[in-house]
Design a protein. Structure first.
Length: 705
């Protein structure tokens, strides 16, 4: 047994340092099993994929081995919430308990940091002339004198959605890189330098893929050189990765370019080029292309397998796109005449050229290996992406250690990504590695999440991520689901395709919520169902039930979750929250405040989604069943995530209601139920209501005792 394995086992044991220092820490067999597998991966290299059910304690199961190994590591999360939790709570606590001299850094995407150069320019922009903007800008300027990190989160009162935000932060497009007059003091640059000097860097998947997909102009050191990478919330890797590895052209990018060219031209080269004429044409051609995509309600994705997006008039689209290509060429020509005057013009020229190349790409036929679509809302976004990240990611994760001078990196090239992520684990200043963990060789990759598939091979996750030869393990939740939770499928409800379905779901929710006094989360598969159920509850719930109805979108997610957590205590009303989309995961309310989760329909991927369809077609071409091998696993994973909101601790209890009769009547329903934790089944409405009454009685007695 290696020294690392011994130290980790001891730390997680009933007499270990965690049990002594962390209130409520209990050794858990699943956590120790996972930690041992992580140790093995750290020592031998390779890829480990772990699905760790709710309550396993997976964060400590990877953090303890990683920190004790002394190796440099990247820990990546899907959400900012977990990123902040790891950096501000979990890692500092472990570093203190384990007594390790470890430097930890948090690295966010560039839009989270103040851009000093753009802040100085913002004074001259049209937005800054808006009422209130001058005052807000003055506040930012004052703060900029005092901040060390430039992290915009320090600045209270400025919302990310504010129109000032993009004026004082940078994008990859508008950053001047090493040509910037404020490069030495640049907060993005300094944050990256700090990360480079740290032993553990907490990043997010967006940042990881942004680095993988593009070369940052003039900013050479992107991520530190590491041998160990851990992805938590790994179930989101494929979707986030596909987004970054594809090509995108949007009217937002085009209009921003037009605005920046006009502002910079007038400020630094007035009279040398007809900036108004140049940018008017660019702006008009962008808007004309959006108009050519037609009128649609809300946001739609149009399939694009031929010369033009489906349903779009070729006679309008083709000349509009051609016009845009020409407008971008003219913009480049105009900028080329002044590039010598200021680095700003050089960067604008590069932006115009990149967008011109994309416009040319979308003028040609789609790549048969990928998928292309047009996303139409008030804006227009053209997307061409790979179907998954398998190719790029398998090359990356299978590479062996090959240190590289970071200045030579080219993150758009998978070969250089391999080198970028390779590293020297024993560099000066790193805590000493334990056992064999510091050895050179294959890099170590750990992927974990509470939901990575609906069967033991975790193929739903490993295949699209190119991890088919990874070591895979499932660690089941320590919760006693058979005792703590019940599943009810109301078979008296109409079929999910029935137009009255949402109304019947709403009636069931009203009855249940009045019995329980709130404490209910309703998860819908569409925004329409969410609105109609929300409205029904708001108008029909008996005021005497003293239940507050919350609907997604009323307040930020964090605020809704806080209100929900407060529950019905201290004379406050209990809550029912109706939500869709992001609330299917990451909604964490342990205790009696949440005892009923109602799911309106089985969460099959939306029909007509171009990415889903292209993936299905590929599976069919491979001779497999698109339903059994794609649609069903997608639904199973989403259902598991939604159901996972119910039981969040050993003492929780509650009922999961799935208002979709297909779960009970169709043969595939059995597979979906097998993918869920093993809960007691409720047979019929009377048993459902009596279970709710029992929950109410138990909750009342636990509050009064
Ligand atoms: S280097 Fe880029 S991010 Fe930094 S101050 Fe300059 S423009 Fe802004």
């Amino acid at each position: 047994m290696s020294l690392l394995v011994q130290r980790v086992a001891e730390t997680l044991s009933s007499h270990g340092s965690l049990a002594q220092a962390v209130p409520g820490f209990q050794p858990r067999a699943g956590q120790t099993d996972m930690a041992m597998a992580v140790c093995q991966t750290l020592e031998q290299g390779g890829q480990l994929v772990v699905e760790a059910g709710t309550g396993v304690g997976k964060t400590y199961a990877y953090l303890v081995p990683v920190l004790l190994s002394g190796q440099r590591a990247l820990v990546s999360t899907a959400t900012k919430a977990l990123q902040d939790q790891l950096f501000s709570r979990d890692i500092p606590r472990l570093v203190e308990v384990l007594g390790l001299p470890i430097r930890v850094a948090l690295l966010k995407g560039r839009s989270n940091y103040l851009c000093l150069h753009r802040m100085e320019q913002a004074r001259h922009s049209a937005e800054a002339a808006q009422p209130g903007a001058q005052r807000a800008l003055a506040k930012i300027e004052t703060w900029s004198q005092a901040t060390r990190t430039g992290d915009m989160a320090e600045l209270s009162g400025l919302d990310e959605r504010s129109s000032l935000w993009p004026l004082v932060t940078s994008t990859r497009d508008n950053c001047l890189g090493s040509s910037c007059p404020r490069y030495r003091a640049c907060h993005v640059n300094l944050a990256r330098k700090e990360a480079m000097a740290s032993d553990v860097v907490v990043i997010n998947h967006h940042l990881f893929f942004a680095d993988m997909a593009v070369r940052e102009s003039g900013v050479a050191e992107l991520l530190p050189t590491v041998r160990v990478t851990v992805f938590d919330e790994a179930h989101q890797l494929n979707e986030i990765g596909v987004n970054f590895l594809g090509q995108q052209l949007s009217t937002v990018q085009l209009l921003e370019l037009s605005r920046d060219v006009l502002a910079t031209g007038l400020q630094l080269a007035r009279g040398l080029v007809d900036w108004h004429a140049l940018t008017d044409r660019l702006e008009k051609s962008s808007r004309d292309l959006r108009l050519a995509a037609g009128m649609h309600r809300g946001s739609v994705r149009l399939r694009w397998t031929d010369a033009v997006p489906e349903g779009v008039e070729s006679a309008e689209w083709t000349p509009a796109l051609q016009n845009l290509v020409q407008a971008l060429e003219q913009t480049q020509s105009g900028l080329e005449t002044v590039v010598e005057l200021a680095p700003d013009f050089q960067r604008l020229f590069e932006r115009a050229r990149e967008l011109g190349q994309k416009a040319a790409l979308f003028s040609n036929a789609p790549d048969p290996e990928g998928v292309r679509w047009a996303e139409v809302s008030a804006q227009l976004r053209l997307v061409e992406s790979p179907l998954d990240i398998a190719q790029a990611f398998s090359a990356l994760t299978k590479s062996v250690q090959a240190p590289l001078a970071l200045d030579d990196e080219d993150p758009s090239n998978p070969e250089s990504i391999q080198a970028l992520m390779a590293g020297d684990p024993c560099r000066d200043g790193a805590p000493q590695a334990l056992g064999a963990a510091g050895g050179v060789g294959q890099r170590a990759w750990v992927f974990t999440s509470a939901t990575l598939g609906d069967e033991p091979t975790l193929r739903w996750f490993t295949e699209p991520c190119g991890l088919t030869s990874a070591q895979v393990m499932q660690v089941t939740s320590p919760f006693d689901y058979a005792r703590q939770a019940a599943l009810y499928v109301p078979e008296h409800l109409p079929k999910p395709g029935d137009p009255g379905h949402a109304g019947h779901v709403a009636q069931l929710v009203v009855e249940a919520v009045e019995l329980l006094g709130g404490r209910t989360l309703v998860l819908t598969t569409t925004l329409n169902a969410m609105r109609s159920i929300g409205e029904y509850l708001q108008t029909r719930l008996d005021p005497a039930a003293n239940v507050e109805v919350l609907v997604q979108g009323q307040s930020p997610k964090r605020r809704l979750m806080e209100r929900f957590r407060e529950g019905a205590g201290d004379g406050r009303a209990g809550c029912v929250l109706v939500a869709s989309a992001s609330f299917w995961e990451g909604f964490d309310v342990p205790g009696n405040a949440l005892q009923l989760v109602v799911i309106d329909k089985l969460p099959f991927p939306p029909p007509g989604d171009p990415l889903f369809e292209a993936r299905s077609q590929r599976i069919t071409r491979e001779g497999r069943s698109a339903f059994a091998d794609h649609a069903l696993p997608e639904a199973a994973v989403a259902l598991k995530q939604g159901a996972g909101r119910l039981i969040r601790s050993e003492t929780d209890s509650g009922v999961l209601v799935v208002c979709d009769t297909r779960l009970a009547t169709m043969s595939y329903g059995r597979r979906l139920i097998r993918g869920l934790p093993e809960m007691r089944r409720l047979n019929g409405h009377p048993e459902f209501l009596s279970t709710l009454r029992q929950l109410t009685t138990d909750a009342t007695s636990s509050t009064t005792s």
